[in-house]
Ligand binder design. Structure first.
Ligand SMILES: [Ca+2]
Ligand SMILES: [Ca+2]
Length: 190
């Protein structure tokens, strides 16, 4: 009797089942990653259009705002100081690139003058900068021993990849009523 072995099928017979599955998996992972790993920096406005244009260059913003913008932002947004998008403001031939920044040249504009813009960048955690991105809350210890020890080192060991190397701020609240530690009357180390 001849046995039919699935693994010996010609590749073209298996393809319709394999390819759709792979496409589905890749698509889902990409969507989840994009929606979860995204946070925005503060807004920055370092230039105004009184010279040759409005130059909100990432290189300069990095130098002028150390620690507030990640090294390689994934996305960038530009708005006028009154909140308009570039298109709504009517400026043309502008450059908007997360690796370069934002450029609007006066000479390219019909009125020979750009609007004044500010920009912000989207970063991957663990580095977000600007104090706008917080981790989730952690509670690794309880005070049944010598106290409540929520040390950064232990929390990083227990939650790999979730906490950045150099956190800018820390908040502590009680687990029952979410009372800020500073309001409990207890003495603590931070
Ligand atoms: Ca500006
Ligand atoms: Ca605790």
């Amino acid at each position: 009797m001849k046995h039919h072995n699935v693994t010996n099928q010609h590749p073209s017979e298996r393809r319709p089942y394999v390819i759709p599955h792979l496409l589905f998996t890749v698509y889902i992972r990409k969507v989840v990653k994009k929606s979860y790993y995204k946070c925005w920096t503060d807004w920055f406005d370092r230039d105004d259009p009184s010279g040759t244009g409005d130059w909100e260059i990432l290189y300069n913003l990095h130098k002028e705002n150390p620690g507030k913008i990640c090294p390689k932002p994934m996305d960038i947004e530009a708005r006028t100081l009154s909140g308009l998008t570039v298109a709504a403001a009517g400026d043309v031939n502008t450059q908007l690139d997360p690796t370069v920044g934002f450029i609007c040249k006066n000479q390219d504009q019909p009125k020979k003058m750009c609007n004044d813009y500010r920009v912000r960048f989207s970063c991957h955690p663990p580095f977000c900068g600007g104090g706008v991105c917080w981790t989730k809350w952690y509670d690794r210890d309880n005070p049944s021993g010598t106290g409540d020890w929520e040390t950064l080192r232990d929390l990083k060991d227990m939650n790999p990849g979730q906490i950045c190397d150099y956190p800018l701020y820390i908040e502590a609240v009680t687990t029952d009523t979410l009372t800020p530690a500073i309001s409990t009357g207890e003495n603590f180390y931070a």
